[in-house]
Design a binder for this molecule. Structure first.
Ligand code: NAP
Length: 246
């Protein structure tokens, strides 16, 4: 499975990233659990992995900061020798209608969700090129494909992730590195727990399979894309959305 592999999962202290970290560890990978503010939650993820005889470390890094990402990735390589799987999952929302959206809210979302993925790929891909192997998985969203009123910043960042994924897939393919994106629909996490009941009901009505998805269902897709079995798949966007976009 993933024995001997080193996996970095950004934003793994909570939600989807947490589920991905736990899943990759259960398949035998050594997992670096990245977090920004939630140190205690990151420790809990490490404990959960170790309780199942998995191995993991936690590492603080604000992915929107280029310099911090350079140090973070270089430290991972120094400490653990290689990087085989990079999951760019860290993400934030700062919703608001365009007319009211502040420059700060636009920048915060794009800097974290899109530039954050560039920052880690920039440094991890150098190592993967040397290894002539690697798996990069970037978290997009259905909103990056369809757009969504009140989420211009978020939709732009998630559409950008798709372009970044395809460009990186083309650049890195000749060295055996695959780059894919996952586009989740509505998944039960802290991010969606703040949705008002009315919005929730209207959202569920748009989901052919009915109901919100679970973080584990996104983690299963990430685990597949990280596996040997996905070796001939690159530049793709895998929707995990209950059929919202088809
Ligand atoms: P979440 O529960 O709000 O968790 C977000 C995670 O991102 C946390 O672990 C957080 O870490 C981390 N993070 C935020 N800013 C960061 C930064 N600057 N540097 C490093 N880590 C940072 O979100 P989620 O719902 O699991 O979403 C995970 C990903 O899936 C995001 O990219 C999101 O856009 C995408 N997505 C989610 C849904 C959904 O319905 N939930 C749908 C489509 C796409 P700390 O708490 O440690 O700061």
């Amino acid at each position: 499975m993933l024995e001997g592999k080193v996996a970095v999962v950004t934003g793994a202290s909570r939600g989807i990233g947490r589920a991905i970290a736990v899943k990759l560890a259960s398949m035998g990978a050594f997992v670096v659990i990245n977090y920004n503010g939630s140190e205690e939650r990151a420790r809990e993820v490490k404990q959960e992995i170790e309780a199942e005889n998995g191995t993991a470390a936690i590492c603080q890094c604000d992915v929107s900061d280029y310099g911090q990402c350079e140090t973070f990735i270089q430290n991972v390589i120094k400490e653990y020798g290689h990087i085989d799987i990079l999951v760019n999952n860290a993400g934030v929302t700062r919703d608001g209608l365009l007319m009211k959206m502040t420059e700060e809210d636009f920048d915060r979302v794009v800097d974290t969700n899109l530039k954050g993925a560039f920052n880690t790929i920039r440094f991890a891909s150098r190592q993967m090129l040397k290894q002539k192997s690697g798996r990069i998985i970037n978290m997009s969203s259905v909103v990056g494909v369809t757009g969504n009123a009140g989420q211009a910043n978020y939709a732009a960042s998630k559409a950008g992730i798709i372009g970044l994924t395809k460009a990186a897939a083309r650049e890195l393919a000749s060295r055996g590195i695959t780059v894919n994106a996952i586009a989740p629909g509505f998944i039960e996490t802290d991010m969606t727990s703040v949705l008002p009941e009315k919005v929730r009901e209207a959202s569920v009505a748009q989901i052919p399979l009915g109901g919100f998805g679970k973080p584990g269902q996104v983690a299963a897709a990430a685990a597949f894309l990280a596996s040997e079995d996905a070796g001939y798949i690159t530049g793709q966007v895998l929707h995990v959305d209950g059929g919202m976009v088809m």
